[in-house]
Design a binder for this molecule. Sequence first.
Ligand code: SIN
Length: 358
Amino acid sequence: MSSKSNISANTPHILILGMGGTIAGLAPNPEDSPLQYEAGLVGVDALVAQIQSVVPVGVNLVSRQLANINSRNLTEAHLTNLGLAVKEALLDAAVKGIVITHGTDTIEETGLFLQATCGKLAHTQSKRVILTGAMLPSNVPGADGPSNLLDALRWASTPIDNCPGGVYAVMDGRGCMAMDLAKRHATALNAPLQNAPSSSVGLINPSWLSGVKAVQATWNEDLPIPQEGEWPWVEILTSHAGARPETVAHWLSSAVQGFVLAGSGHGGFHDGWIEPLDRAMLQGIALARTTRTGAGATLRNIPELDKLGCCASGSLTAPRARIALQLALNAAKQANKAGKPLTWQDFFARMADLPEIK
Ligand code: SIN
């Protein structure tokens, strides 16, 4: 889809990429039923027009609609297109920062994807990529989209307390690293940042900033963006009371390439899965463990010794671990083609072992 701008291509600007979401949603009865609505109906140029009059003087905006969807329908092809657009913009001297309007339901996946594929480039180019969205549709009283978009634009366009280039998110007056997003509340205005170490948009706190810098120092190579159609097939399986062997065995005749196990507690799984998971690994299916608890890290060989080849996911939640495993499988394939003997575990560990921001 096209760019919308009345400035010349070389004029310094902030690029706003529209993906859809509630921020672009419309409720038919905004006063009576504000939460009954359709996401992804308003164009990104209209969202920008709503706040144009309060954008700081001298900040030029260019908007580009990449998709206009409810993010629960996000596909891997959408991620490929978004990643390529972000990379292109990071390399464009006229683009000073990038804001992405996105649905909050799967903003968690997109946050990890962009960190893993564009985080280093954003850092070296000293540009901020800011994801934002809204919990209320655009036409209801008190809609949070305009203030979130304005905060995101301010953060993308102004030097704030030495905050380095990188991939961030802004919602409800707070910012975090995009890789720390996880929507853990159905309705709260700060839902995707509730569990994330964050800082106020106006006043970046020094301990958060030093955590960001530790991540930036550790993340020293972006992973390749899988081409559309090249994304490995990875499923999330959640362990629970009464889990059955068939839940795993069912997949063994499919072309699935990896499982993320959302285990209980430390990331352990039901004994009923041991035998079919052994068979899965013998078939070459990649295995990563995480926890379904919603917080805390999954550590190597805790609570039991890991099977050889199975990776613990650190602080990656199941949806993030799934993206990480897809990117790791793809990166290993590309590396092997280029004659480098790297495994998916090598790439996965880079994402699972990133420093945790407290
Ligand atoms: C969506 O994820 O597109 C809908 C929900 C939201 O944006 O909050």
